[in-house]
Design a protein around this ligand. Structure first.
Ligand SMILES: Nc1nc2c(ncn2[C@@H]2O[C@H](COP(=O)(O)OP(=O)(O)OP(=O)(O)O)[C@@H](O)[C@H]2O)c(=O)[nH]1
Length: 353
């Protein structure tokens, strides 16, 4: 994970976040809590007809200026239409994917221009919060399909929506089952990657801690109350209050911090270095463009040969090490047997004398 670079601090940072999930799961409420302001108006669900009309129906980017730890951040939020009400969600899914790919297309075409457009703006989506309904069972087919297809284009961060609907024990079980499904169906999510050899211990520990929280359990609210003189965003129930920033109540504050501060740069780098590069390669090869440097068949062959040679050497090393250990153990056993024999002989000599 990269630390926010100094040179970017003065200029301020930009980050683009998308929220995806079924209708009514609290996506707009989550965004309002993330930005600590009413980015999206509170919808009126009291009238069923009105509720149907007021749903988010199109992909709408909104930019909000924030300040995190003294650093200016221009956060673009992309709220997507809630799905799940439709019998066929294919169109809604294609709209979301087309939006993500259109931003990549724009960068591909800008990179190939001789004269750069001074007004060029990079609108690539750096992270996508995927809202999982709090069913308490396992992932639904729809969630598996959506996350799997989105994951090859964007950093997908799965969250359990409306986590206050589950008891602590149910939440632990549900998180476990969701992660089992993610692993089983090989869903490519952002799982806080690190490199043992490059990253320091602190980064590795932090990433492991965040990985253990996946999928993040979030609670959202537009309401604030004063608790012990502090203004707190929370959900109030007859039996108590769920504070959305309280780590004992949900993972919202940890998710917010990683998104807007600690992992912001890493998410941007993965978007540019891996996801965009992959898209660009696929697009250019579809269009019949050949990369003269790295994509030549003989280069790929050499790389493959080197990889196999390395693997062969690694296997050989492991084998030699295993043989050495076995011989050492044999030697130790023989020494032990010799010692026992000597002890026996000397005690027999003592008796004879
Ligand atoms: N219990 C509970 N309710 C929530 C939570 N977050 C939001 N809600 C409520 O759920 C309802 C829907 O929230 P929205 O934020 O409008 O949901 P949405 O996903 O943006 O909905 P669409 O625009 O239809 O896609 C509102 O009444 C919210 O107050 C939560 O964490 N827990």
């Amino acid at each position: 994970m990269a630390v926010i670079r100094r040179k970017n601090v003065k200029k301020g940072l930009s980050f683009t976040l998308m929220s995806v999930g079924a209708s009514g799961l609290g996506k707009s409420t989550f965004i309002n809590a993330l930005c600590e302001s009413a980015v999206f108006d509170k919808k009126d669900y009291s009238n069923p007809e009105q509720a149907a009309v007021e749903k988010t129906v199109e992909i709408t980017p909104i930019t909000v200026d924030l300040e995190e730890d003294g650093i200016k951040l221009s956060l673009t939020i992309i709220d997507t239409p809630g799905f799940g009400d439709n019998i066929n969600n294919e169109r809604c899914f294609n709209d979301i994917l087309n939006y993500i790919e259109a931003q990549y297309d724009y960068v591909v075409s800008e990179e190939s221009r001789i004269r750069r457009n001074p007004k060029y703006q990079d609108n690539r989506v750096h992270a996508c919060i995927y809202f999982i309904p709090p069913t308490g069972h396992a992932l639904r087919e729809l969630d598996i399909e959506f996350m799997r297809r989105l994951g090859s284009r964007v950093n997908v961060i799965p969250v359990i929506a409306k986590a206050d609907s589950l008891s602590p024990a149910e939440l632990v079980d549900f998180k476990k089952r969701v992660m089992e499904d993610i692993e089983y169906y090989k869903i490519p999510i952002y799982n806080f990657p690190y490199d043992d050899e490059i990253d320091d211990d602190e980064t590795i520990e932090e990433n492991n801690e965040l990985r253990a929280l996946l999928p993040f359990a979030v609670v959202g609210s537009d309401d604030e109350v004063i608790i012990n003189g502090r203004r707190v965003r929370c959900r109030q129930y007859p039996w108590g209050v769920v504070e959305i920033d309280n780590v004992k109540h949900c993972d919202f504050s940890k998710l917010r911090y990683m998104l807007l501060s600690s992992h912001l740069q890493d998410l941007k780098e993965i978007t540019h270095d891996i996801l965009y590069e992959q898209y660009r390669t696929e697009k250019l090869s579809r269009e019949g463009v050949v990369d003269l440097d790295s994509d030549l068949p003989e280069n790929r062959l050499k790389e493959e040969q080197l990889r196999r040679e390395e693997e062969r050497l690694r296997e050989r090393e492991l084998k030699v090490r295993a043989e050495l250990t076995a011989r050492q153990n044999e030697l130790l056993a023989k020494e032990e047997a010799l010692k026992n024999l000597e002890a026996k002989l000397s005690s027999q000599n003592n008796i004879n004398n």
